[in-house]
Design a protein around this ligand. Sequence first.
Ligand code: ATP
Length: 235
Amino acid sequence: MLKVSNLFVNYGGIQAVRDVSFEVKAGEIVSLIGANGAGKSTILKTISGIMRPKSGLINYNDRAIQNASASSIVAAGISQVPEGRHIFSGMTVQENLEMGAFLHKRSESLTSTFDEIFSQFPVLKERRNQDAATLSGGEQQMLAMARALMARPKLLLLDEPSMGLAPIYIQRVFDIIQMIQSQGTTVLLIEQNAKQALSIADRGYVLASGEIKMTGTGDELLANPQVQAAYLGGA
Ligand code: ATP
């Protein structure tokens, strides 16, 4: 579904991503793990068209998208949940969700999408008329994920969805990611929380200093002594 080949991305003179290649197959959860500054967010921003690569190819369903606009990438079926959630404050929960559905042309399809999202996220239904800024951090993360799903993506990109959340919400976020997969959406997940990200992943990649250092199934990486020492607290 998504194939990234020999990707290089720079910030001025800084090489943030170096010769990165990986793929995500339809139906999978793929986790990209790595420490702060490893280049994870830069890769996601490049896939979603917010940044341009210096070189390399990004193929999505056999179409080259590395030079496509962000809006045409969303229209093609890729949505991103950004790091830090970026909820629109001063707007209600429902209005935030509507922003995620800007590509819907027909109001009937919008109504049925709302019904589905509210059945998956009952807390957002309860709070739909509340200013989104008044939600807790965990609820805001639910809203950010639900807003991305309003576009009915085929591939969902998640940038550190568990960051800064209380443990109860961390577990909930990973449960929701599995629910999203079970409903047919493919997921590329970027996380510092390596243990949980690999536990739910079909496959994973370990990124350090802008390069892919290791790959394997989620279970293989969880059992790998180097991964354990560097990312799982020696677990
Ligand atoms: P984090 O978890 O902290 O977001 P990350 O793995 O997502 O880390 P990136 O944010 O992709 O890492 O950053 C990769 C490298 O690019 C780092 O060395 C970072 O300092 C650098 N970088 C990121 N954004 C910029 C920017 N706007 N200008 C210059 N350098 C940047």
